[in-house]
Design a protein around this ligand. Structure first.
Ligand code: NAD
Ligand code: UGA
Length: 473
């Protein structure tokens, strides 16, 4: 099929190369000239596993990049919209970019198209798209509007797209249903999984193809993200109780997550969720509910617990280091999660900024997010500073503490002896629970994590006087 994708960001670019991988001809439109330049040269502007390989495989053959919506409209039967939908100051989704695209589409439409909203949007956005198309002169018989929410995660986006749990298609007419069924047929019929040269995964995979009306599809996306965010806040709340009573969140996670009705996913306690989606989507869903006349205050608690989790972490840093001014702190990880260079709404960035404001001198290392992170953080705030290191051990040089803020695989297998040798004080505060407390105890570290008892080697020393007294006696 001839498809266009408008907006070549994390979702648009991955969707476009994957549509090409499924055998379609794809035109990708973006209005950012520097991004287009990079893409036309066959380079990828974001860090995403498998994306460079797929771009190389399909560029020019079945994938082209342009800044012209007019060209895309002329050449395609199905048009996916994947532009950003950030939070506005009131928490509602800001749909300006979507509207701008729709107005332009309306100007160029001359034959029947399916316009598919793939960006995450509030319920009833498809209705607004229809109205705006007509208002801007598009004849109603020339277009259908559908919703096809995207569930990929950054870092595993290509695999999530090609091996999804489900594909949700929200349609209000049979023409859209037929076209979108065709677009995704290689996945739900399974022909892709039998193809030679496929991106390897579970070849017995069989995603569910779920057809709903447009409003249900729009709500499925917000409800899915809000539910996952709620799971994270729930386990973080339980972790806070565990810390206070001396229980262990890892054991709790195993016990709770083994119930198949609950499931083990998204039960990792830490410094709270970040990223460009969960925070904005929980707020937007809250606003959607309010507009619909329902007070979904559970979502306020999800956000409050999430925000508080960062403060709890900063409290631990203060507990261990006492005053913060002029302390030297190594930060490992600035991306909002592992395997991405995305730092939007990253809890790590928020923690780094708070520490710099308090006068700390930070040396930070992230395997890929360093340039984007430094764009977000001023290198000097008040008396505090931040500088980049080339590896975890250089970051730890003369540090009073190492903070682990992103769950990168390489941070879970540090050479602890080497790390300790570099540091001024043997203190690790782990916001992602990458180590077992016993391991850190054995390595001689003071170790604080989330939802587990802290390790303080002086606890052992404080037990010593009794023994000595007995010896003397
Ligand atoms: P992004 O900011 O990375 O990409 C958006 C792209 O749209 C940018 O390249 C921008 O230049 C382009 N754009 C904006 N206005 C345009 C216009 N008028 N014409 C052409 N191009 C235009 O955003 P993203 O992270 O890809 O998210 C896009 C949407 O998908 C959001 O609604 C988001 O909530 C949703 N989503 C994101 C993810 C994710 O993992 N990032 C996953 C699922 C859903
Ligand atoms: C999330 C969803 O998982 C995707 O299904 C969805 O498509 C996407 O949002 C979106 O709508 O944009 P993503 O933001 O890429 O994907 O990352 P996640 O893996 O969901 O992680 C989000 C945040 O939660 C990260 O900060 C991560 O560190 C944190 N997290 C995740 C936890 O703190 N604990 C967990 O158990 C899982």
């Amino acid at each position: 099929m001839n498809i266009s994708v408008i907006g070549a960001g994390y979702v648009g670019l991955v969707s476009a190369v994957c549509f090409a991988e499924l055998g379609h001809k794809v035109i990708v439109v973006d209005n950012d000239p520097s991004k287009l330049l990079i893409l036309k040269e066959g380079r990828v502007p974001i860090h995403e596993d498998l994306l460079p390989e797929l771009l190389q495989r399909h560029l020019s053959q079945s994938l082209i990049f342009t800044d012209s919506i007019a060209q895309a409209v002329r050449a395609s039967e199905v048009i996916f919209i994947t532009v950003g939908t950030p939070s506005s100051s009131t928490g509602d989704a800001d749909l300006c970019c979507v509207e701008a695209v729709i107005r332009e589409l309306a100007m160029h439409i001359t034959s029947r198209k399916v316009i598919v909203e793939k960006s995450t949007v509030p319920v009833r956005t498809c209705d607004s798209i229809r109205r705006t198309m007509e208002l801007n002169g598009a004849a109603p018989h020339l277009f259908s509007v559908a919703s096809n929410p995207e569930f990929l995660r950054e870092g595993t986006a290509v695999m999530d797209f090609l091996y999804p749990d489900r594909i949700v298609v929200g349609v209000d007419d049979s023409y859209s249903e037929e076209k979108l069924s065709q677009v995704y047929a290689p996945l739900w019929e399974g022909s892709y999984y039998r193809r030679e040269g496929l991106i390897p995964g579970d070849e017995s995979h069989s995603p569910r193809f779920i057809i709903t009306n447009t409003k249900s599809a729009e709500l499925i996306k917000h409800a899915s993200n809000a539910f996952l965010a709620m799971k994270i806040s729930f386990i973080n709340a339980v972790a806070n109780i565990a810390e206070r009573v001396g229980a262990d969140i890892d054991q709790i996670k195993e016990g709770v997550g083994s119930d198949r009705r609950i499931g083990p996913g998204f039960l990792n306690a830490g410094i709270g969720f970040g990223g460009s989606c969960f925070p904005k989507d929980v707020l937007a869903f809250r606003a959607v509910a309010r507009d619909a006349g329902y007070d979904f205050d559970l979502l306020d608690s999800v956000m409050r617990i999430n925000q508080d989790q960062r403060h709890q972490f900063l409290r631990k840093v203060r507990d261990v280091l006492w005053t913060l001014r002029d302390k030297r702190i190594a930060i490992l990880g600035l991306a909002f999660k592992a395997d991405t260079d995305d730092v939007r709404e990253s809890p790590a960035i928020e923690i780094a900024k708070a520490l710099i404001k308090e006068g700390c001198h930070i040396t930070a290392y992230d395997p890929v997010a360093m340039p984007r992170a430094l764009e977000q953080i001023q290198t000097r705030i008040g008396d505090g500073t931040i500088e980049a290191a080339s590896d975890p051990y250089t970051a730890a040089k003369n540090a009073d503490a190492v903070l682990i803020l992103t769950e990168w695989g390489e941070f879970a297998s540090l050479d602890l002896t080497k790390l300790r040798r570099e540091m001024r004080l043997p203190v690790i505060i782990d916001g992602r629970n990458l180590y077992r407390p016993e391991e850190m105890d054995a390595a001689g570290f003071v170790y604080y994590s989330v939802g587990r008892a802290p390790v303080f080697p002086s606890d052992r020393i404080s037990a010593a006087p009794d023994l000595m007294f007995e010896e003397i006696a």
